[in-house]
Design a protein around this ligand. Sequence first.
Ligand code: ARG
Length: 262
Amino acid sequence: MCPPEHFTVDYAINPWMDTSVPVDSGLALKQWAILRDTLTDLGHAVHVIDAKPELPDMVYAANGAFSVDGIVYGARFRYPQRAGEAAEHRKFYETATKWPATQGQSVNEGEGDFAYLPAAYGGMILAGHGFRTEPAAHLEAQEILGRPVISLQLVDPAFYHLDTALAALDDRHITYYPEAFSEASQRVLRQLFPDAVIADRVDAEAFGLNLVSDGRHVILNTEARAMGEKVRAHGYEPVHVELGELKRGGGSVKCVVAELRQ
Ligand code: ARG
């Protein structure tokens, strides 16, 4: 995670960002700290990387890389405003985890557009394209990580990253908002995950799919109450945290947590 010490909305690179409404950075920091404490209280180890003043979106740490089996596929950001974040994340992996890290040649925004299901079909990566990550990055990720990658096309600009439209609930199960995907990609998802928890537009707009799950606890923002009840009905325990200030940048729980997969 990376604290929102320098978080602002001074440019708009997704439909949620409105540069005319000032960000309350003190509130953003408080909300972020509660999320970090929630994760540690649940028994998870949280590493924190330093925020850089010139990189206001760095709080969305999930976009910096995607790791599977202790191998790191580093991001190459779509927009110049975020380009500098990639090297900060690579530095973290080099020093803290010592996992081999390769920066992508193709544009890819890390876990923003990649999800991993270790127990689905022996270990499967789901990857989004359409707004940020290039399809070529999906091939690159497969070659670097050695796991099958299923490409899914995102079609709604409000859900510009895979992690705004789909999430892993545990090692084998997903939840997603079908209409965020092309018809063909919806068919692919139905075939591979017939038992998925289906979310609706209200859930997606509340960033209810932008969740982090440890397989038992599903951490999601307070606005996504209905989504919380949906996952509860499927045997998970929803844990809500207030993260409204970070929604101004177009992200929520998942966007601010990069998961380390050994
Ligand atoms: N303002 C950031 C951007 O548009 C938000 C990134 C949200 N992160 C995510 N994983 N969806 O790039």
